[in-house]
Design a protein around this ligand. Sequence first.
Ligand code: CO
Length: 153
Amino acid sequence: MALLEIKKAGAPVLKQVCTPIHKIDTKLKKLLDDMAETMYEANGVGLAAPQVGVPIRMVVIDVGSGLVELLNPVITEREGSDVDSEGCLSVPNIFGDVERAAKVTVEYMNRNGKIRQLTAEKLLARCIQHELDHLDGTLFIDIAKSLRREESK
Ligand code: CO
């Protein structure tokens, strides 16, 4: 595995609408592995492919309950709403309050090409919505109600 460079806000790839995945091959699986390693190394809870410079519809997430890999994810149900603080590995030291659905169901393809569904609440639901926004070129700073700077320790 290898660590990947995380693109920072201002990089054009972060504003792109990403393309769907049509073919799962060893190169794509290696990218998934490298994205997970990069996310863990950076102490993040999610990472989208455009954040490592690859504009395809794929994200990895781990909010502490195990690694989730979502290929071509689509949110099919949203319920409730909730405002909480978010940050992003592509926007270091900036945090902001973002309104998200409280509960979402996402349909996606796993790394074996099987279609799966996941229903999530709380932090996982928030993270899914944040990462999926990346696939359409939206950063949390574009939609946050307020932003603040906090230097990391
Ligand atoms: Co992000």
